[in-house]
Design a protein around this ligand. Structure first.
Ligand SMILES: Nc1nc2c(c(=O)[nH]1)N[C@H]1C(S)=C(S)[C@@H](COP(=O)(O)OP(=O)(O)OC[C@H]3O[C@@H](n4cnc5c(=O)[nH]c(N)nc54)[C@H](O)[C@@H]3O)O[C@H]1N2
Ligand SMILES: Nc1nc2c(c(=O)[nH]1)N[C@H]1C(S)=C(S)[C@@H](COP(=O)(O)OP(=O)(O)OC[C@H]3O[C@@H](n4cnc5c(=O)[nH]c(N)nc54)[C@H](O)[C@@H]3O)O[C@H]1N2
Ligand code: SF4
Ligand SMILES: [Mo]
Length: 746
């Protein structure tokens, strides 16, 4: 029988249908789900063999594990595991304070429902600090958004006249619905243009009209030159800016003085090309822009985010079709308060800026490996693999070992789980109710609550149940808290809502709202969808915040709108439209409906770029390593079965033809790759797509199931290589050198 679900390998979460075999377990066939409101039948190559995630050689775990004093693991039952963890978290709290219990993760590319319950589990023990992968990619951009628009911004590539990608390869990495089709449409249409800023001639660059093949790590020079041309050549949307934006004079003052030719020379991009790109952007009806890891995990990332936003703001590309927009959301992700300068929360040891509630990933080890009294003492890791995915794996392993307690909640025996004191096994995303909160479409936004496709094996527990049991083991919630809510739920939703109001009004109880919903409203939901209970609150919040969009999507108004939206989500196994916005909805999501162009500290840093020494290559490290790019068969560390990779199974190091010739290596030859932090042996792939001096490794290999496949990129990266504003890593800019191994062996 074909069953609807979604691909879990990137943030798009395309709707799929799975033909479950007669054994009730195997995925015999997978196809795109035409009924999915966002992906409409689209998938890329990666989804089609998800069977290898569900049934492959993945190191699946199905029993709670506890570490013995001799270092080996033993299987324990759930009561033993939960009570043991609760006791030890309680001991850490009593000895050092609950705020020393750190939480990492909360969901990968497709599973965020458990993460909605984890704040309750952590609050039960006084946990306060947390982080996730977002704090090694998006937090700089979140901080800039908060200061400029006060809202998360996305872009409409489907309708744009000009698409601009900066450090982003959507042909492989996607990031918006039906990416490959949308890219091909733009490439085919003579009236539309695509601009790509990337040192690599990627599949996306291959489709582009303008490829600015920037010198790695110099994007700030290039993007500043681009913005400066707009100002210096009078290409800005002056009337639009006067009506909608503040701070223009300060910005034009700085950009007016930028030495465009010099900056293009630093970036090694032809000045005439930069000027024609500026002209193309300025004349376009609409421009959509996506900056991603090529700049966000690179030097000056927060400053690049700022200037990138100036490019589309100075040309009036916000709040209209084909440009940037502010999506509605069911569960907001990445909202920051936008504290200026030194205001705002800081991490307890390193004093790093906490953005959107997240401690920068690159300081986590530093917050542990110290004798500072406020250091973290315990860590709960959920659906993440920080021993592999964070900078400097060796130091991260050391940090995990220094903690009093590490708990990992995962489906597989990951690199991080191997270092834990307790490992709690969860059902896979095809064995439970699951959802992603990466819902950013516009004007029609979509949410997909996936139903289980196959039964979970005995011995695993879904994350909401784990967090509920932790809260109960801490003694925070008891039957007494549940009883009145259960009684109200038995009468009806309106009565339940009435009974739930006091929970929301109580600042302590509110922290446990998700678990209260799960235990009381949950059992009344159809299809055993208890895990969806937390979405009831989210649906009402969405209806309250976006009344027009929710009404236009067909859910009516008032309390009934929230109820109908929630019911549609619970029943709609192919995904549902949650809002249908009017075109001007983006404006109404901006505080004061205005845009701020002048972020003083960032603008001052852009102005000071002139006086900064021009970046130069250190002769000891003649290569720049991009440690972790997205390729046809990479999917973070979600796919652990190596046979999934039809191409590039061992994750080769890409190198330019010029450099390969100089080193005397050809495709398939092995080289020793050395960075300041480590070294690895890896076969090379010689290609015309790389610039000389630039080499790249895939992201998401270097995994160990039975044996290790590929190079683990973070054995080579350093935690101190990070952005001065947001603490985001420079994974795409690792100084490196290479030695051919052929000669050594021969
Ligand atoms: N196939 C696949 N798709 C994925 C994922 C996956 O693992 N595999 N992961 C998902 C996740 S978690 C994310 S965050 C996204 C990330 O998606 P992307 O950001 O698109 O992914 P990357 O390939 O890491 O980096 C993008 C580009 O940055 C370029 N780059 C490197 N150095 C520089 C530089 O100095 N300047 C500029 N301008 N560009 C540079 C690289 O050449 C690369 O083409 O992808 C998602 N999609
Ligand atoms: N050097 C370098 N490092 C990088 C990057 C890079 O480009 N270069 N990219 C970074 C980026 S952008 C990201 S997003 C991170 C990603 O790295 P992480 O945040 O560590 O996440 P994933 O690799 O997506 O791993 C997700 C984990 O979730 C588990 N999992 C899957 N489904 C479930 C489930 O239903 N429940 C539970 N409990 N667990 C589940 C998987 O087994 C896996 O262990 O890596 C980052 N690290
Ligand atoms: S990897 Fe991403 S784009 Fe490809 S099918 Fe899966 S969700 Fe869709
Ligand atoms: Mo990511």
């Amino acid at each position: 029988m074909w069953k609807p679900s979604a691909c879990i390998l990137c943030e798009c979460n395309c709707g799929i249908e799975i033909l479950v075999g007669e054994d009730g377990r195997s995925f015999d066939k997978i196809r795109g789900d035409k009924l999915h409101p966002a992906s409409a039948g689209y998938t890329c190559n990666k989804a089609l063999r998800l069977d290898l995630h569900q049934n492959g050689n993945t190191g699946r775990i199905t029993r709670p594990l506890r570490r013995r004093p001799d270092g080996t693991f033993e299987e324990v039952d759930w009561d033993t595991a939960i009570s043991g963890i609760a006791r030890r978290l309680g001991e850490v709290r009593d000895a050092f304070g609950g705020e020393t219990i750190f939480y990492y993760g909360g969901g990968g590319q497709g599973n965020h429902l458990g993460g909605a319950y984890s704040p309750a589990g952590m609050a039960a023990f006084g946990g306060r600090y947390r982080s996730s992968a977002l704090a090694q990619e998006k937090t700089g951009e979140f901080w800039v958004n908060a200061r400029m628009t006060g809202a998360m911004v996305r872009a409409d590539f489907e309708h744009c006249e000009v698409a601009l990608f900066i450090g982003k390869n959507p042909y492989q990495s996607h990031g918006f619905p039906r990416a490959r089709s949308v890219l091909k449409d733009i490439a085919k249409d003579p009236a539309r243009s695509m601009v790509v800023i990337d040192p690599v001639r990627t599949e996306t660059a291959e489709l582009a009209d303008f490829h600015l093949q920037v010198r790695p790590g110099t994007d700030l020079y290039l993007v500043t030159a681009l913005a400066a041309v707009l100002v210096q050549e009078g290409l800005i949307a002056a009337d639009w800016l006067a009506e909608h934006a503040d701070g223009l004079d300060a910005v034009t003052d700085v950009l007016g003085r930028v030495p465009v030719a010099d900056y293009c020379a630093v970036a090694d991009v032809d000045e005439a090309l930069v000027r024609s790109v500026a002209a193309r952007i300025a004349e376009a009806e609409s421009v959509a822009v996506f900056e991603d890891l090529g700049v966000q995990m690179n030097r000056d990332s927060t400053l690049v985010s700022y200037v990138e936003k100036l490019v589309w703001l100075l040309t009036g590309n916000f709040g209209k079709r084909g440009a940037q927009y502010v999506p509605s959301s069911l569960v907001p992700i990445g909202r920051d308060r936008g504290y200026a300068g030194d205001e705002g929360p800081r991490s307890p040891v390193a004093g790093a800026r906490i953005i959107s509630g997240l401690v920068p990933c690159n300081v986590i080890a530093e917050e542990i490996l110290t004798d500072h009294p406020a250091r973290y003492r315990a860590m709960v890791v959920e659906s993440a693999n920080p021993a592999h995915s964070l900078a400097d794996s060796a130091r991260m392993r050391e940090a995990l070992a220094a903690l009093e307690l590490v708990v990992v909640i995962d489906v597989a025996m990951t690199e991080t789980a191997r270092l834990a004191d307790y490992v709690l096994p969860a059902p896979t995303q095809f064995e439970k109710f699951e959802a992603t909160f990466f819902n950013f479409d516009f004007p029609r936004n979509v949410f997909h609550l996936r139903h289980p496709v196959v039964p979970a094996p005995e011995g695993v527990l879904p994350e909401p149940e784990i967090h509920a049991r932790l809260v109960e083991a801490a003694g925070v919630l008891t039957e007494q808290d549940y009883a009145p809510l259960r009684a109200a739920a038995a009468v009806g939703r309106a009565e339940f809502a009435q009974a739930f109001l006091p929970v929301l009004a109580d600042p302590v109880k509110r922290r446990f709202a998700s678990v209260l919903l799960y235990r009381t409203l949950g059992p009344t939901l159809p299809h055993d969808a208890s895990a969806a209970a937390v979405l009831w609150m989210a649906a009402h919040e969405c209806a309250r915040k976006n009344p027009a969009g929710v009404e236009k999507a067909g859910y009516g108004t008032g309390f009934g709108a929230g109820e109908r939206l929630f019911d549609a989500i619970v029943h709609g196994s192919h995904g549902v439209e949650i809002t249908h916005d009017e075109d001007d909805a983006s404006w109404r999501r901006l505080p004061g409906e205005r845009i701020n162009l002048d972020v003083p500290e960032l603008l001052a840093a852009v102005a000071a770029l002139r006086d900064r020494p021009v970046p130069h290559q250190d002769p000891d490290w003649p290569f720049v390593l991009s440690a972790g790019e997205r390729r046809a068969f990479t999917a973070n560390t979600i796919m652990r079965d190596p046979s999934w990779r039809r191409r590039d199974p061992d994750g080769r190091l890409r190198i330019s033809t010029t450099d390969a010739t100089r080193l005397g290596v050809t495709t398939g030859d092995r080289v020793r790759l050395t960075t300041r932090r480590g070294n690895a042996e890896v076969p090379v792939d010689v290609t015309e797509t790389m610039r000389s001096g630039h080499i790249s490794l895939p992201n998401g290999l270097g995994l160990t199931v039975r044996e290790r496949t590929g190079v683990a990129p973070n054995e080579l990266t350093a935690a101190e290589d990070r952005d001065e504003w947001a603490g985001t890593p420079w994974h795409k800019h690792v100084p490196a050198r290479l030695e051919p191994l052929g000669a050594e062996q021969g």
